[in-house]
Design a protein around this ligand. Structure first.
Ligand code: FUL
Length: 690
């Protein structure tokens, strides 16, 4: 009887609580927004997450990254342009849009612009009657993709560039593109700004005028630049957004290009920034932005793309992945196959959200109102969210999965229509009857995905440890992504000895040196082997007796520097220039030339310069290159050469000569480095013999 009474008492309490929370839900206002907020268009843009960049133009045919505007338009002659294939590939890859380089820094227009004489109309392609912009915008419509354009204000061809008139010309060009080709979701303004033929002064752009043209045609368009206003460059071309990534940015006093905030700031945003300018990660699937046959075997591996996904979409940034069509005008099979693998891997990784059917509770719920209940975090509805009480900025949320479950990923989303708030949080798992920290981070933003080693647990707790206002989240999901082996890393030392290492699980490594695809029946790597001359090494890692293997990787080596010595500069550190290690670098003082004695007469076809791989490094931009048989009489092989885009994309540069030359000495002279200083940096200098 007593028992019955207690039961009745608790039921009444429960009823009253439910009743109160129901009635509360009607009267409880949503939390106040915090700070500057995204516009509707920015929220929709952020939800797109992943889309395609296309770099196509004369550079595709001349094998350079930055043309100088002097190219004959006749070089643009793709044999089989198929924009529907680009769109079909983007669609199948899971992308939501395509952004095209309608005009790159060489000024060539991929449509027959009436404001330029350097366009497809002057090219032999389709007898000058073609229009890539039209074909691509039609294809995007057909495949249900959004369409965006990259128009470089820097124009090394246009005669008006550098004069007062140019801003008007550029505004007219924009007007033409934005008026004639349907809906544009994003206008991409590159920051690069120089003179004609890489010479001369930067031009003062009239950004206000340009923005006015964009918004007149497409009020909802997102304008990309270093400082937005729609979205911002996130500071590097490696695909790595900041671990901390605020969508707010201080823009006052800054501008695109030379006036941009430091790249570190672009990478992480500003916690109290005065404008909402979320990050976009632009990165190429190949080492360069334009197609080159020489990079057919350098398409990023699946592992690299997956890493980029986690360091972009997984860090509150959209991913704009560049896939450059080849000289036929189609996306090369190596790129499209990799894109399909990438999509397959992402779909598989996030197919099964392990919080389905889980129980969830939170230490605080806004005014105890049902509207803000923690269950909203699990309901797949973007606009339903959990919020803590206004004065609770360090609440926790606990998820009970009902049974022991294997996990290695957590995905969190803040409800950004009310601002970005969380500045610090950690994730614990219930293991051996105690909470154990398994991951922690700073910002969340639109989306944050954390990776941690696979573990088994029934309960997960997310503790917000810092927030600028009471936190508001609309999603927490958990996943178990199949573990992968890390890729083997192949390197060769100065003496020409090749080593192959792998970071995970102490695997067996198998390799080939005849160019064939390795398998578990190839040679087992047991110790460094000699490859003093040129050749290629392909390797894969394997565990569990070959049941699990990694992707294969390959490296092509030219002659090793075993016999080489440094003639100048004369200091120990300079030996790093020929140590075979791309990661070590030398700082050369006072613009002294680097001279290498090759130790023997070699017939060389070109040379390679590996810069220090940081965007902040003082790498060579302009140079002269010489060769000599005796170290005193020099032949100048490249005069005023330019390593295009080396500041933002500091990767190995290869330059071939018009014809081979036999020599024993080589020399590079830096004429200008990226920060105009007296010293410059260099990781490797090598010759191309094959
Ligand atoms: C850079 C440009 O200079 C590159 O050529 C490329 O277009 C990249 C997306 O932006 O700033």
């Amino acid at each position: 009887m007593k028992f019955y009474h207690a039961d009745f008492f608790f039921r009444s309490l429960l009823f009253a609580a439910i009743f109160m929370s129901c009635s509360n839900s009607k009267s409880v206002d949503p939390p106040k927004p915090y700070g500057v907020l995204p516009s509707e268009a920015q929220i929709e843009w952020q939800k797109m997450e992943y889309y395609m960049f296309i770099h196509f133009g004369p550079n595709t045919f001349t094998d350079v990254e930055w043309g100088d505007g002097e190219e004959d338009p006749k070089v643009f002659n793709p044999s089989n342009v198929d924009c529907r294939q680009w769109a079909a590939t983007a669609k199948a890859a899971g992308m939501k849009a395509i952004i095209l380089t309608a005009k790159h820094h060489d000024g060539f227009c991929l449509w027959p612009s009436k404001y330029s004489t350097h366009t497809v109309a002057q090219s032999p392609w389709k007898d000058g009657k073609g229009d890539i912009l039209k074909e691509l915008s039609d294809a995007c419509k057909e495949y249900g993709l959004k369409f965006g354009v990259y128009l470089s204000p820097w124009d090394q061809n246009h005669p008006a560039y550098g004069t007062e008139d140019y801003n008007k010309v550029f505004a007219n060009t924009l007007d033409e593109v934005l008026g004639d080709y349907g809906e544009i979701f994003e206008q991409w303004f590159d920051g690069a700004n120089g003179g004609h033929g890489h010479e001369g002064k930067a031009h003062k752009y009239d950004w206000e005028l340009f923005h006015e043209v964009v918004y007149r045609h497409h009020p909802q368009a997102i304008i990309f630049s270093d400082v937005g206003p729609g979205c911002r460059w996130m500071g590097n071309e490696r695909g790595v957004a900041g671990k901390t990534n605020w969508s707010r940015l201080n823009t006052k006093g800054f501008g695109p290009g030379n006036e941009a905030p430091p790249t570190d700031t672009l990478n992480i945003g500003n916690i109290h920034g005065e404008a909402w300018v979320p990050a976009e990660t632009d990165v190429s699937i190949r080492p360069g932005w334009f197609y080159s046959a020489s990079t057919n075997d350098k398409v990023k591996t699946l592992d690299q793309l997956l890493d980029i996904y986690y360091t972009s979409v997984g860090r509150n940034s959209n991913l704009l992945l560049n896939v450059p069509p080849d000289r036929t005008g189609r996306i090369h099979p190596n790129d499209s196959m990799r894109l399909m693998e990438f999509r397959g891997a992402i779909d598989k990784a996030f197919a099964s959200n392990l919080t389905k059917g889980a129980k969830i509770k939170a230490s605080s719920q806004r005014a105890n109102s049902k509207e803000y209940k923690p269950q909203n975090l699990l309901d797949d509805n973007y606009d339903s969210y959990w919020a803590s009480d206004d004065d609770v900025v360090t609440p926790w949320i606990e998820i009970d999965l009902n049974k022991n479950t294997q996990l290695n990923r957590i995905l969190l989303q803040e409800y950004i229509p009310l601002g970005q708030r969380v500045s610090e949080f950690k994730v614990d798992a219930w293991i051996d009857n105690a909470w154990k920290e398994i991951a922690s981070a700073t910002t969340i933003g639109y989306k944050r995905i954390l990776r941690f080693p696979s573990l088994e647990t029934q309960k997960i707790r997310v503790s917000i440890q810092g927030s600028l206002a009471s936190p508001i989240l609309n999603n927490i999901s958990l996943y178990m992504v199949p573990e992968k082996l890390s890729l083997p890393n192949i390197s060769r030392d100065k003496e020409g000895m090749v080593s192959i290492v792998c970071a995970t699980n102490d695997p067996q490594i198998y390799y080939t040196t005849d160019g064939s695809e390795p398998s578990v029946s190839s040679t087992l790597f047991t110790e460094p082997f000699a490859l003093p001359l040129s050749g290629s090494v392909r390797a894969l890692a394997s565990i569990t007796n070959g049941k699990i293997t990694s992707e294969s990787v390959s490296v092509v080596f030219d002659i090793s520097p075993a016999k080489w010595s440094i003639v100048s500069p004369k200091n120990d550190r300079a030996n790093r220039i020929i140590d075979g290690n791309d990661k070590s670098y030398a700082i050369v003082k006072n613009n002294e030339a680097v001279i290498i004695n090759l130790g023997e007469m070699l017939s060389i076809k070109g040379f390679s310069y590996t810069p220090h791989g940081s965007e902040k490094a003082n790498n060579i931009y302009k140079y002269n290159f010489y060769a000599s048989e005796d170290g005193s009489t020099w032949t100048k092989l490249v005069s005023n050469g330019v390593f295009n885009n080396i500041k933002n994309n500091p990767i190995k540069q290869e330059q071939s000569f018009d014809k081979s030359i036999t020599c024993k000495f080589i020399k590079i002279e830096s004429l200008e480095n990226v920060s105009n200083s007296k010293d410059y940096e260099i990781a490797q200098l090598a010759v191309i013999t094959k």
